[in-house]
Write a protein that binds this ligand. Structure first.
Ligand code: GUN
Length: 282
């Protein structure tokens, strides 16, 4: 039976450390680190995520600014808000919640966030730095996944790692982080033939496909570390991308949904915001 990796526990430990560092920052700088969150529209899942992010910042003693803009906001209106935040010296981190409504130019809007305030790690420069092995700000979800994997204490060097999903926000940075830890990395995606062929040989499987219970027991090697990034709403319940009960019978370690990757993502956002405030990255 797999050991459960509790995102709640690892995340609480991380947040205690961040809280202490925030308090130090405030004493030294006479202000709190500040995260600005921009939400456009009324996507219910995004509203929940944004609420949890703001709650998280406040719990560790940071300041948050929240900009809720209507669904029919124009590109110019959203760009203006982001530009103001970019120019504001009291704002350390800017997060534009994705997905944006379809009529908006996501790439253009995100490009207005300076690299130093890109606490999501989504900018081409931040992704590029990770890819050349000198990471600066790293995307929160993969960073949190890495913390969860490391919490098992396993030696990552030379391990076969399979990432299912190739998004710019999760799959690609996840693959780079694992490569930087000397894993042998395979990225599978929606066009991959016979995903089980790869996962059956994997010591680590990170699943970020957005399909409920996609990873089945017969796809997993005995003793593997299985990390579930999925958050699917099915009949009002949150279901991951892993068939949790069955896969638990073969995996060595597994993350639950909820209570796995989710809490870690927010902890890493708080960490990235603190580092931006401390100007660790320039
Ligand atoms: N939407 C879902 N996850 C994320 C995230 O980590 N950051 C942003 N900005 N939007 C998201």
């Amino acid at each position: 039976m797999a050991e459960i990796i509790s995102g709640k526990i690892v995340s609480a430990q991380t947040r205690e450390k961040i809280k202490a560092m925030v308090s130090e920052f405030e004493t030294e700088n006479k202000r709190k680190p500040c995260l600005a969150v921009v939400l456009v529209g009324n996507d219910p899942a995004s509203e929940v995520y944004v609420r949890n992010k703001i709650k998280g910042t406040e719990e560790v003693g940071m300041k948050s600014l929240s900009f809720n803009m209507p669904e029919n906001s124009t590109n110019a209106e959203v760009e203006e808000v982001v530009k103001c935040l970019a120019d504001d010296d009291n704002v350390d981190g800017i997060l534009v919640q994705l997905p944006l409504p379809k009529h908006l130019d996501e790439r253009k809007i995100l490009s207005l966030i300076p690299d130093t305030k890109d606490v999501d790690g989504f900018s081409p420069n931040n992704l590029g730095l990770l890819s050349i092995g000198t990471p600066r700000t790293v995307s929160c979800t993969p960073l949190g996944v890495m913390e969860l994997i490391k919490s098992t204490g396993i030696d990552l060097k030379g391990k076969n790692a399979v990432v299912i999903g190739r998004s710019n926000t999760v799959g690609k940075p996840m693959a780079m982080l694992l490569l930087n830890e000397n894993c042998t990395v395979t990225v599978c995606h929606s066009k991959t033939d016979n995903i089980a062929f790869y996962t059956k040989n994997a010591d680590i499987v990170v699943v970020a496909v957005g399909r409920p219970e996609f990873l089945k027991k017969d796809m997993v090697k005995e003793g593997a570390v299985v990390i579930d990034v999925g958050i699917n709403r099915v009949d009002g319940k949150l279901i991951g991308d892993v068939d949790f009960d069955a896969v638990s019978e073969v995996a060595g370690y597994i993350t639950p949904v909820p209570g796995g990757v989710g809490p870690m993502t927010i902890s890493m956002l708080l960490y990235n915001t603190l580092m931006a405030a401390k100007k660790v990255n320039g």
